[in-house]
Design a protein around this ligand. Sequence first.
Ligand SMILES: [Ca+2]
Ligand SMILES: [Ca+2]
Length: 179
Amino acid sequence: MVCFLSTVYMCQQDGQISADELQRCLTQCGMSGSYKPFNLETCRLMINMLDRDMSGSMGFNEFKELSGALNGWKQNFMAMDRDRSGTIEAQELHQALGTMGYNFSNQALGVIIRRHSTQGRIAFDDYVACCVRLRSLTDQFRRRDSTQQGTAAFQYDDVSIYLYKCVLYIPRPFCHTRN
Ligand SMILES: [Ca+2]
Ligand SMILES: [Ca+2]
């Protein structure tokens, strides 16, 4: 986390970290586990998820929360990668999601893998995007599933907001206008 802290220090002028700055930091730290830049879309999703004050960027407290979350995701990722290939494959994801209590059909699992993998392999930054989306989706669902029976009714408006906030990324000024 030394790299994180130095990035915060460099951003002291406004005390905020943008998605681009977060991407640079995570790439420099080697957090993606490859030579590719850390996925910018994942950076936007993470900032969106933890943006408690809705500033559109990451303040220090939000950043500390992200550090903890990233450590947890990294540990999970390494535990899931049973064959030590450095990526998560379909069978590994299937087992891991089951352990986490997610119960997806093969069809839903196929959609998740196609969305987040490259040639059937999910790298760490794409895995984080997957975790953020699943967490957000589960939170949204649980709020509507008042009887906790696994069924919920959604209005068109709810679905639109979710899709635009999390599944499809759109620029920040539009993200919180309906909350
Ligand atoms: Ca913020
Ligand atoms: Ca693997």
